[in-house]
Design a protein around this ligand. Structure first.
Ligand SMILES: Cc1cc2nc3c(=O)[nH]c(=O)nc-3n(C[C@H](O)[C@H](O)[C@H](O)COP(=O)(O)OP(=O)(O)OC[C@H]3O[C@@H](n4cnc5c(N)ncnc54)[C@H](O)[C@@H]3O)c2cc1C
Length: 436
């Protein structure tokens, strides 16, 4: 079979690429799973809709925001973020760097003093995340939030982590905001996710399904196995071979490179430098309804294995049965940590439930009525000192072979659903310009 464009993966970036290629250029879209959506998927179990961990829409104003609205129509809730941090047995508002009010005074003093010292004596920055935090927020905020939280999330000492990802994800604060938030319960909204959208019905899967309904045919349960980049051909699990002019891959960049026959040694070496973590996502259905009205909570302290817990029943009244609540827990680990390790996963679930009872997030009479675990791997592509130079070697090679590796894992980046939609659109536009 010969197609101008072959797209691998029907997550948001692959689906969006197909949508924007439209009818003008023939393409084949292949997905290894039996359903579309990639990470933007949900399963229904015992009346609960569980996402592959919380997936909230933080929409910037660009054409993909309009696309999401048109796809979901009335199936959208618009919510004001209600999130916080739990540390020193205290809940404080998000973000930590603007809201220390309520913490022990010693902690508040360390944070505020460190921040002022950082402002008074600007430091030269090395590019690593540790130095970036010290320069922008000071040692107190580092010690009480940034270092612990990020080491848990990225599973890497903060001195090995680069600051290349912080962009929109870490809100900056002024002296006035830090002081106001130390002396009072500051209600000012910070950051890109101060408000968010979420489907009313059927979880985040409804977005992927709506998008897939607008694209052409998706070949499900069809895995790419091998790529001959010289002859421009892909071999699939069914034995089918497709020839292409342009290949769009949205699978993990490491997986793509592993499939390419005759990969140059320098590119293989660069691929070996790409690091990632995995996430164990525990989803719980609880009865009766919890009193908690939070959307999610961050846990910077080492004594808690999870870095974040979210309450999905607070995103929509229709993603769980009556008189119940649902929540998700995220624990980061090394690649392969949970492969076939059901014993460890069960231990994590038990420990999580016990710690949530201890903190008071599960009330005395709360019963766990359903559990669903997902292992997400790769989950976060790690921004270390070798990431950028390795990506340059890899992308220079892929360009010469007519391969576009896009999306969160194809581009090997820390990005969101809207970015995936934008990747798809940009790639389709550039392919149309080249081939039409
Ligand atoms: C823990 C976590 C929390 C997140 N929370 C949010 C959030 O709240 N809001 C937000 O906007 N974003 C969030 N994201 C990011 C969001 O999930 C991604 O940006 C987006 O879904 C990526 O879409 P994609 O199409 O690029 O990749 P994917 O969704 O990974 O799609 C790739 C597809 O390729 C398929 N594939 C893989 N190998 C093959 C093969 N060999 N052959 C054929 N197909 C193959 C996969 O099955 C998959 O369907 C989160 C991500 C994580 C890890």
């Amino acid at each position: 079979m010969s197609k101008p464009v072959v797209i691998l993966g029907a997550g948001l970036s692959g689906l969006s690429c197909a949508l924007h290629l439209g009818q003008k250029i023939g393409y084949g879209l292949y997905e290894k799973e039996k359903t579309v959506g990639g990470l933007c998927r949900s399963v229904s179990q015992d009346g609960f809709y569980f996402d592959y961990t919380g997936h909230l829409l933080h929409l910037r104003q660009d054409p993909s925001a309009a696309l999401v609205r048109s796809l979901l129509g009335k199936n959208l809730n618009h919510l004001n973020r209600n999130s916080c941090i739990y540390s020193h047995q205290t809940f404080t508002r998000y973000p930590f760097q603007a809201n220390t009010y309520g913490l022990p005074s010693k902690v508040v003093k360390e944070c505020v003093l460190g921040f002022l010292q950082a402002r008074l004596k600007p430091r030269k920055q090395s590019g690593n995340f540790y130095d970036w935090v010290i320069a922008n927020f000071g040692s107190g905020f580092g010690r009480h939030f940034f270092f612990g939280y990020n080491e848990k999330l990225w599973t890497l000492p903060v001195k090995y982590l680069s600051s290349g990802w912080v962009g929109k994800y870490v809100p900056r604060t002024t002296v006035e905001e830090v002081i106001t938030g130390a002396l009072s319960d500051q209600t000012k909204k910070f950051g890109y996710n101060a408000t968010f959208w979420y489907p009313k019905y059927k979880g985040i899967q409804s977005l992927s399904d709506a998008l897939a309904a607008r694209t052409g045919h998706v070949n499900l349960a069809e895995s790419a196995l091998k790529i001959n980049a010289r002859d421009k051909a892909v071999l699939f699990s069914s034995g089918r071979v497709d020839h292409y002019q342009r290949l769009v891959s949205t699978m993990s960049l490491k997986e793509l490179l592993n499939m390419i026959e005759d990969l140059p040694a320098a590119v293989r070496k660069a691929a070996g430098h790409l690091r990632y973590n995995s996430i164990l996502n525990i989803n719980l259905g609880v009865s009766p309804t919890l009193k908690n009205d939070k959307h999610w909570i961050y846990f910077p302290e080492k004594k808690y294995p999870f870095y974040r817990i979210g309450f999905c029943s607070n995103f929509s009244a229709y993603n769980h049965p009556r008189n119940t609540s649902s929540l998700y827990v995220e624990i980061a680990g090394r690649p392969g940590q949970w492969d076939g390790n059901t014993g460890d996963i069960e231990r994590q679930v038990k420990q999580t439930v016990a710690l949530m009872r201890q903190i008071g997030l599960l009330e005395r009479d709360s019963k766990i009525i359903t559990v669903r675990n997902f292992v997400i791997e790769p989950a976060y592509c790690i921004y270390d000192q070798k990431r950028e130079s390795s990506l340059k070697v890899i992308n220079d090679y892929l360009r010469t072979r007519g391969i576009h590796s896009i999306g969160r894992y194809g581009a090997w980046e820390y990005s969101a659903m809207q970015d995936a939609l934008n990747w798809g659109e940009r790639t389709a536009t550039s392919i149309k310009e080249d081939l039409c």
